[in-house]
Design a protein around this ligand. Sequence first.
Ligand SMILES: [Ca+2]
Ligand SMILES: [Ca+2]
Length: 82
Amino acid sequence: MKKTVITTISAAILFLVAAQANAQGGPPMFLNIDTDNNSMLSDEELNTAGYTDLMAKFDDDEDGSVSLEEFCSRFGGDAGCQ
Ligand SMILES: [Ca+2]
Ligand SMILES: [Ca+2]
């Protein structure tokens, strides 16, 4: 009985942690590429993730990084953008 309660509580905590991580920064694909978590995708991060041609296509304001807004304007719901 005690073990069941502990397991249930652990599952609830894991769920809350996962939900919070999800609420923090954007779609999973964006978060995976954004390894320094600054909410911008640098050329280096895109290259590391294998998206070598995305900077030229996505960087609408040409500031040398792809923001979440720029990313989502192309991928939309497919990448988990809201
Ligand atoms: Ca980044
Ligand atoms: Ca940009």
